[in-house]
Design a protein around this ligand. Sequence first.
Ligand code: GLC
Length: 740
Amino acid sequence: MKRIYFVLAFTAFGFNAFGQKTIDQKVSALLSKMTLEEKVGQLVQYSGFEYATGPQNSSSANVLNEIKQGKVGSMLNVAGAVETRKFQELALRSRLKIPLLFGQDVIHGYRTTFPVNLGQAASWDLKLIEKSERIAATEASAYGIHWTFAPMVDIARDPRWGRVMEGSGEDTYLGMQIGLARIRGFQGKGLGALDAIMACAKHFAAYGAAVGGRDYNSVDMSLRQLNETYLPPFKAAAEAGVATFMNSFNDINGIPATANRYILRDLLKGKWNYQGFVVSDWGSIGEMVPHGYAKDNKEAAEKALLAGSDMDMESRAYMAELPKLVQEGKVDPKLIDEAARRILIKKFEMGLFDDPYRFSNEKRQQEQTDNQENRKFGRVFGSKSIVLLKNEKNILPLSKSTKTVALIGPFGKETSANHGFWSVAFKDDHQRIVTQFDGIKNQLDKNSTLLYAKGCNADDQDRSMFAEAVETARKADVVIMTLGEGHAMSGEAKSRSNIHFSGVQEELLKEIEKTGKPVILMINAGRPLVFDWAADHVPAILYTWWLGTEAGNSIADVLFGTVNPGGKLPMTFPRTEGQIPVYYNHYNTGRPAKNNTDRNYVSAYIDLDNDPKFPFGYGLSYTQFKYADMNLSSANLKGSQTLKISVSVSNTGNYDGEEVVQLYIRDIFGKVVRPVKELKGFEKVFIKKGETKTVTFTLTPENLKFYDDQLNYDWEAGEFDIMVGTDSRNVQTKRINWLK
Ligand code: GLC
């Protein structure tokens, strides 16, 4: 008994059970020695000089001096064992020798690049996603990186927004599960482990709801919609212990996220009791001046800090203005202490005070420079991210002994484009990437022939290569077309008003189709594209996103059937831009269309069918899966009972394969209107040909909760449709009644 009091006494005075000072105690001791300028210095982050991931505004000279003077807390875009050591040595020359945090955008892999995140989401494979981030963290930490600005957990329903490529699509539940898997991957065994890096939930908040899908544009929505659709992945991340948050560029209902007290103080640091720190997005503090929310950087710095933005990335407002604001009594020095404390706690947790150079180790870096195991994983992950959209007459998989294959299109021999946007550009990438041409060539039989013609560029009006491409197609038994987006056509500041194939790609496809040769279309993109003509005329279509270092091998594995594709779309694919926003979990309205072509006084366009081109959750396989015997544990439930749902899935085709079984519900009536479907569960199952597996789900009232117009989060008694199926359109439904 005595021991417990002893421990309690120790803890009360800030010591742990072993009599050592707790981190909180160490931070308090350090803060007590720091000047106001040194404390503000911890709130400052600058970009390195190699490359900028935003409009650059820091000159190299004063940054290096400020580091030496202890006026910088973190650098981003500085990487490598040698480079990080150099900067850390500068920081250790400051009076209190407080080490720097090194941050970088480790978004979909590091030295080994993995599929763009929307492609990863198409795998619906949380284990693969978590493992990919574990690998990324191992590689990045070996390159001296302490902190990744990921996962991006922005829900996005508008494919015109270029940053859909780095998220998990339109669904809150799927996005939340994937975001948590990424955080587990990055932070691994916990901060302090040599292969763990701090994760960062971004962009807080609702950045994906920018009006018109135009990057950085305004967001205006009810707090109900904000809490119902856009905030849950962030709340889950905070509860899961994500080390940091990053706020977003957009204003939310007229107040920039960077100084939005509702999300930062009331929710994140208040209701959610978040203990990590918030970094602004690049320059977003200073951008409150053009937003028209601050008259100058001084007012911007005041508003951002008071609202709860702890660290200033690249706007230089904090260092320039906060000391003055404290001296003028406009900012309480306690708030500076609070922000600095949150940041210093992370530096202690990362072990940087014990050894500031522990991540800057050239030997470790060398071991992670070309890790073959990681490449093997990347190849598997790439193939699992591919979505089979069409396969008429089972033209796929191709035989490896096909006599002559023609690969035609602007991406067949692409190298670094396979990385997609947000990949760290390493100088040797060109040699390390497996191109689509090489991947296919590696797997074709020796006496088969692989022809190649570029046919056109990704995004211009040059038709001069058409003739050669048509000629090449004529010589082949089968043509593989590779069309889509160049890697810089999706990503930050890459919103597109027209998401059809760019340039003359579709014209090239039509010319090739006229040859009468069987055509397989591969679409490489970071987002859903509109390809109505191709979808109606080409017999086989694979959505191959941008798959990273092993792209060519991943693609060939699927083309030749080594891997049976099992990907499912994490976003709805519209028929045309005019249909946007179109997403599966919409409300029913008072005049829902009765079918795809109903236009009679219903919510529809008079010039377009109502269904999207491909629905959320859609994806085919080389085999066929038959759903039967959907069973519920009860059709009438009460209170906190659990509903068990089971369904048997049979593989009735000729290939073993994976199927993502999806569970949706519909709350038939509510105190606010409710979506026609809500994803509440999914299970990816491997089923051998001829086999049957039973998949089970459970639901409790917790899964039925929603925000009402007063922001109460609860569930209501009533009728619910329970649905299971292979995508959000093709489901079996049973109705239940659930009383409180
Ligand atoms: C960029 C992005 C953000 C990224 C940051 C640092 O502007 O919006 O996602 O992490 O700057 O590169």
